[in-house]
Write a protein that binds this ligand. Structure first.
Ligand code: SAM
Length: 74
């Protein structure tokens, strides 16, 4: 079920209210910059893009074409 078919436009607006503590959690969990990441449910790329910008090799997948459309524009 694609819950974001109609709400994908709002995800990043809502995500600005996230504290983003999860990003540091993921980075601490990864052992080295050589770690490869598969983010299942990458959505608009909030986590994947942040990790990629911090030197990790990231592959994201998502069932929502709409969310991936936002990701690709970024
Ligand atoms: C709450 S969003 C989180 C997006 C991103 N991980 C983040 O933290 O900003 C959840 C995402 O998981 C995706 N999703 C849900 N079930 C999925 C599944 N079975 N396979 C792939 N993606 C899925 C949704 O389409 C949505 O983009």
């Amino acid at each position: 079920m694609n819950l974001y078919k109609n709400t994908f436009r709002f995800y990043d607006l809502i995500a600005t209210d996230f504290d983003n503590d999860d990003l540091k959690f993921y980075e601490n969990f990864l052992r080295s910059k050589n770690s490869k990441v598969l983010e299942v449910g990458c959505g608009t790329g909030r986590v994947s893009i942040w990790l990629a910008n911090h030197g990790y090799s990231v592959v994201g997948l998502d069932l929502s074409e709409e969310m991936l459309g936002v990701f690709k524009k970024k």
